[in-house]
Each structure stands twice: as C-alpha cells, then as structure tokens.
Design a protein around this ligand. Structure first.
Ligand code: K1U
Ligand code: ZN
Length: 172
C-alpha cells in the first residue's frame, strides 16, 4: 500500500468526468488499497479516484464512528439508482478544498449500485452521512465539487482562500 498525493483546487483534473472501470483486476485493487490508506491518513471519510489523479470511477469510504470498528467500503463504478424526495442538509468538507466547509442540501436516502473489489455487483440503500458521503464522492467522478452547489460569490471566496492558504503553506 502507498500514500498518494491529494490534488487541491484549482487542479483541472478535479473538474473532469472519469471513465468507467472495464475490469476489476489487481491494478484496480492496488489503487483502491492506496486510496483507503490515503483517506485514513488525511484523515477523511471518503475519497474518489480523481482526487489522487486517477481518472477512473473508483470511490472508497468509511463513515464509521471513531469508537466503532472500521467499516471500509470500496466502490467500483458506483451509480445512484434512486433518490428520496426528502432532503437533508450537512456541513460538507472536501480533502481537495482543505479547511473549508459549507451547508449542502442533498437527498436524504439513495439507492446505489456498484461493484466491489472482486467485481461482484451490489445494490444498497444508504441514508444519513453514508448517503451524503456517497453522493459527494460520485459527484467527484463527474467533476462536481460541493462548492458547485453554492453561489458563485461563495465559491470564488472559498477558492481564493484555498489558493492563499496553499501559498502560505508552501512558503512556510
Ligand atoms: O471526498 C472528500 O473530499 C472527502 C470528504 C468526504 C465528505 C465529508 C463530509 C461530507 C461529505 C463528504 C472528507 O472526508 S472531508 C473530512 C471529514 O469530513 C472528516 C475528517 C475527519 C474526521 C471526520 C470527518
Ligand atoms: Zn471531496
């Protein structure tokens, strides 16, 4: 396993659509392991392929509480197959937009179809934080960031703050 560098906005790869994975092979399994290690190290509760520059439809997540046993999930080609009309608001963050948070409204429950690391197909119902996190990660696969749900004014303010923060980190 290896830690990968997490790309930060405005890296153009974060705004691109990712390709489906045609075969779940050892190379894919290695990338998923690296993604989980990188996510836990960050730390975060999710990570999508493009955040480490892998332009494939791959997602990892673990929304278990600190005190619970870890529940890592590896999702290949995840897709939302239904969503509830009821919505919830969660203050989202993003490892590619460090230290910035904003309220985002999304469907409260979603149905998700994906393949696991052995290529087996699953369909699950997700709600609460798991539903929020899966939607956030699938958005990454389509080049969508949580800031795209905000006004242009808020989005640009966040972008400017991140660029400034990154510059000060580099010169420190
Ligand atoms: O995709 C990402 O950038 C990861 C992101 C996932 C996410 C967070 C909140 C709502 C939706 C999706 C993060 O993990 S940001 C960091 C974070 O939320 C966190 C970090 C440590 C402990 C608990 C949460
Ligand atoms: Zn994110």
């Amino acid at each position: 396993m290896a830690l990968r560098e997490i790309l930060i906005v405005p890296d153009p790869r974060l705004k691109q659509e990712c390709d489906p994975v045609s075969e779940v092979n050892d190379e894919v399994r290695q990338i998923l392991d690296d993604m989980l290690e990188t996510m836990y190290d960050a730390p975060g509760i999710g990570l999508a392929g493009p955040q480490i520059g892998v332009m494939k439809r791959l997602v990892v997540l673990d929304v278990s509480d600190d005190k619970e046993k870890p529940e890592p999930m590896k999702l290949v080609n995840p897709e939302i197959i239904w969503e509830s009309e009821d919505c919830s608001v969660y203050q989202e963050g993003c490892l590619s937009i460090p230290d910035q948070y904003a309220d985002v409204e999304r469907p409260l429950e979603v149905g998700v179809r994906y393949r696991d690391e052995n290529g087996k197909e699953h369909e699950i119902e997700a709600e609460g934080l798991l539903a929020t996190c899966i939607q956030h990660e699938i958005d990454h696969l389509d080049g969508i960031l949580f800031t795209d749900y905000l006004s242009a004014l808020k989005r640009n303010m966040i972008l400017k703050k991140v660029i400034k923060l990154q510059k000060s980190k580099k010169s420190a």
